[in-house]
Ligand binder design. Structure first.
Ligand code: ZN
Length: 255
């Protein structure tokens, strides 16, 4: 009954026990996982997981950290991969002005080229954005006019921005941060938006929720996030699972 919309099981932190962990997920209530790529290399691993496990789906695309890889050849590769039946999104793509030094022009170019592809072939996108709210908003808006929708993952901006993204057809990705003591702004955002606009995610192996903060994360920690969200929205955890499942299937177009 749980849809995990964002994980990175190709990460080397899973080298020791990847297979056992992935095989255990459906038995523990994780019905769907989207394994999200960050580079051309990880895209191949995401696709391999999707081919091996029927409950795993893949996204393909380059995180801003790997923006320099994006050129016409890379776009041609991503375009081909998007034709595979279990590739459900282009991502994670976006802007990250947190880690210095960064090349703003290069990041914007890679982001826009991948958004352009999403518009052209009608694929949803997974957006990564850190310390770049305005620039991300402007680009999302530009491509919203061309029909591009998706998920703003690991959401960390204001309630006002969340409402704007939702208006443009985006879902808000909520993960472990919601359980942190200093999550006041994110709690406020969850209060102010509908459960129909939220999807659950972990960003594993990163961002483990309390009480496992700082440890390696996995989709098995989603209940901690869902419980917190249920408390904020005043609904049962089952309702959180049901409605976020519906949202995730809708945005990734899984029937
Ligand atoms: Zn991620």
């Amino acid at each position: 009954m749980i849809f995990e919309t964002h994980a990175h099981y190709e990460d080397e932190q899973f080298n020791e026990d990847r297979e056992a962990l992935l095989e255990s997920l459906p038995k523990k209530g994780i019905d769907y996982v989207v394994n999200v790529s960050t580079s051309l290399e990880t895209a191949k691993q995401c696709i391999a997981f999707a081919e091996k496990y029927d409950y795993i789906y893949a996204s393909v695309g380059n995180h801003p950290e790997y923006a320099s890889e994006i050129d016409e050849n890379a776009i041609a590769k991503i375009r081909e991969w998007c034709k595979l039946p279990k590739v459900v999104a282009i991502g994670e793509i976006g802007l990250d002005y947190y880690w210095e030094p960064y090349d703003e022009a290069e990041q914007k170019n890679a982001f826009k080229m991948q958004m352009e592809l999403a518009a052209e072939i009608d694929m949803p996108v997974i957006i990564h954005s850190r310390d770049a709210a305005k620039d991300t908003f402007d680009i999302i808006k530009e491509y919203s006019a061309k029909g591009v929708k998706g998920i703003v993952h690991c959401y960390g901006y204001s309630l006002e921005y969340a409402k704007e993204f939702i208006k443009m057809g985006y879902k808000i990705g909520i993960g472990g941060v919601l359980t942190f003591k200093n999550a006041r702004r994110l709690v406020e955002t969850c209060h102010g938006i509908s459960l129909d606009d939220i999807v659950l995610e972990t960003d594993s192996p990163y961002m483990a929720p309390t009480p496992n903060r700082g440890k390696r994360n996995s989709s098995l920690n989603i209940p901690y996030i869902a419980e917190k969200l249920a408390e904020i929205k005043g609904v049962s955890v089952e309702e959180v699972y049901e409605r976020t499942m519906k949202n995730a299937k809708e945005i990734y177009r899984i029937s």
